[in-house]
Design a protein around this ligand. Structure first.
Ligand code: SAH
Ligand code: SF4
Length: 378
């Protein structure tokens, strides 16, 4: 297992997180030609290269110059594991010694490998059923730290050389944090996910998940086109106010209106994904399913059901399997085919718990991401 500890040198520009435009500006400022940006982006993202000396189509002089002013610094791998079902997990160390988690989940048919990416260390929004929320907000991840998660998963999966076997086929911004509260860095990283000189993913295969920061949904639709998932979890404001405190600021009506505007702005995105975490006796009754179906009547959307993933002292329970299936059936009768996202990769947590206690504490939380993750675009 590689154990790399990043050694930050703040005087050097970390090229890993620069979008194409930012990279072009960087080269122009260095007195170099713009097209160097494309060459270096290909080295970094498509080749997984983090040393200028290996960039053989650059002159020796340019490589030496780059090494004096810039660096390519990915997050360090603290833990790497693979479960029996093929789910892979990395615990990564970022600049201030914080850990972030990244999980790669294969689909059952083997055609998709979906990477769940974190956007913040902790989260300020304090949803009552979320353990990331319980730890409070620590800081935003930089764009290099966000795209660094894709870089690590891609490189460890063999790189992008064989286009039929991409290590990462889909990305969901559903790890730790609220991506729309770290807007600029998340959008820069998503531009790299879409860029043909970096990861070249299609718009529908990159999904941003939000608890509903309405003004930022509008801005997102102006700046980039990606799939959008909304963490709804309740069919009425009274209940949602207790689960997602942000709902007191932007209520359900306001949120669904923003979703409609988003779809109008993004012609490639045909439907919003609605995430509904089922909690026993809280939001899993027939009346909730009926109200949810009525509420979503006019929004082009698909619903993903996620059984609550328990954690100590959460105060919530997971519904029985039967109850989850009943809820699914009630939605089905109202015309919704709502897949249930099941937990996978459980055995990695056990393994990693034995490695480092601190890592274990943090990775336990990750189980819920594993549930939520196969949000499927194409
Ligand atoms: N902040 C963003 C993205 C990260 S959370 C958001 O809230 O959408 C990713 C998903 O996991 C969200 O749908 C969130 O509501 C859900 N989630 C959080 N805690 C959970 C838990 N204990 N069990 C199941 N899903 C959970
Ligand atoms: Fe933050 Fe999302 Fe957790 Fe809510 S569910 S606390 S928005 S990470």
């Amino acid at each position: 297992m590689p154990m790399t500890t990043p050694t930050p040198d703040t005087a050097l520009v970390n090229l890993l997180g620069l979008t194409r435009r930012q990279m072009e500006t960087f080269f122009v400022e260095q007195g170099e030609k713009k097209f160097r940006a494309t060459q270096v982006m290909k080295w970094i993202h498509a080749e997984g290269c983090d040393r200028f000396e290996d960039m053989t189509n650059l002159s020796k002089a340019l490589r030496e110059k780059l090494a004096r002013v810039a660096e390519i610094r990915p997050p360090g791998i603290v833990y790497e594991g693979e479960s029996k079902d093929g789910t892979r997990k990395w615990v990564l160390e970022v600049e201030d010694g914080s850990y972030v988690e990244t999980v790669l989940i294969p689909s059952d048919n083997g055609q998709r490998r979906t990477l769940c990416v974190s956007s913040q260390v902790g989260c300020s929004l304090d949803c009552s059923f979320c353990s990331t929320g319980k730890q409070g907000y620590q800081r935003n991840l930089t764009s290099a730290e966000i795209i660094g998660q894709v870089w690590v998963a891609t490189k460890r999966g063999g790189g992008l050389k064989d286009s039929r076997q991409r290590p990462v086929t889909n990305v969901v911004m559903m790890g730790m944090g609220e991506p729309l509260l770290n807007y600029d860095n998340v959008v820069s990283a998503m531009h790299l996910m879409l860029d043909d000189n970096a990861y070249g993913l299609s718009k529908r295969r990159v999904t941003l998940s939000t608890s509903g920061v309405v003004p930022m949904i509008d801005k997102l639709g102006d700046d980039i086109e990606v799939s959008l998932a909304i963490s709804l979890h309740a069919p009425n404001d009274e209940l949602r106010n207790t689960l997602v405190p942000l709902n007191r600021k932007y209520n359900i009506r306001t949120l669904l209106d923003a979703c409609k505007r988003y779809l109008e702005k993004c012609p490639s995105i045909h439907a919003i994904t609605i995430e509904y975490t089922l909690m026993k006796d809280i939001n899993d009754q027939q009346a909730h399913a009926e109200a949810l179906a009525t509420l979503l009547d006019e929004l082009p959307c698909k619903i993903n059901l996620i059984p609550f993933n328990p954690f100590p002292n959460s105060g919530y329970e997971k519904p029985s399997r039967n109850q989850v299936m009943r809820f699914q059936q009630w939605l089905f009768e109202r015309g919704y085919n709502a897949p249930v996202r099941m937990t996978r990769g459980d055995d990695i947590d056990a393994a990693c718990g034995q490695l480092v206690g601190r890592v274990k504490d943090r990775t336990r939380r990750q189980e819920r991401y594993i549930q939520a993750l196969s949000i499927d675009a194409d």
